[in-house]
Design a protein around this ligand. Structure first.
Ligand code: CA
Length: 127
């Protein structure tokens, strides 16, 4: 008699345990996009890694100072690749108000900035 009750309790605990396991299994979330594909059409995108890797920042307007709190933060002197998915020409510059820069036309994808430019961009303009 006692033995039979113990068995029932054990079975109940096992069933409860199974229910708990199901409850804590994380929902299958869609995989976060990685690389170039994160850049949406209509945006000018900067990436902290080469070839669209690392953190992405997407722009619809220029950002005259990547080091301030306006616009995406953490990108100043921290960009290694760009993709222009807009219909405009964009400029990227090393210094605030400086003249040295590159122009990226519509669709331009720059996977690797040259040595002195990588991690050295502080200004982005939409022309
Ligand atoms: Ca800014």
């Amino acid at each position: 008699m006692m033995k039979s009750i113990t068995k029932r309790l054990a079975a109940g605990a096992a069933a409860l345990g199974a229910a708990c396991v199901i409850a804590v299994v994380p929902a299958t979330a869609a995989q976060a996009a990685t690389g170039w594909d994160r850049c949406q059409p209509g945006y000018f995108c900067g990436f902290t890694g080469t070839n669209g890797t690392g953190t992405i920042a997407q722009y619809q307007v220029g950002d005259p100072d990547l080091s301030d709190g306006y616009g995406p933060v953490g990108m100043d002197n921290n960009i290694e690749s760009f993709w222009n998915r807009t219909g405009s020409v964009w400029g990227v510059y090393r210094n605030i108000g400086g003249q040295q820069g590159w122009g990226l036309g519509p669709g331009a994808k720059l996977g690797t900035l040259d040595g002195s430019w990588a991690n050295n961009i502080s200004v982005i303009t939409r022309n």
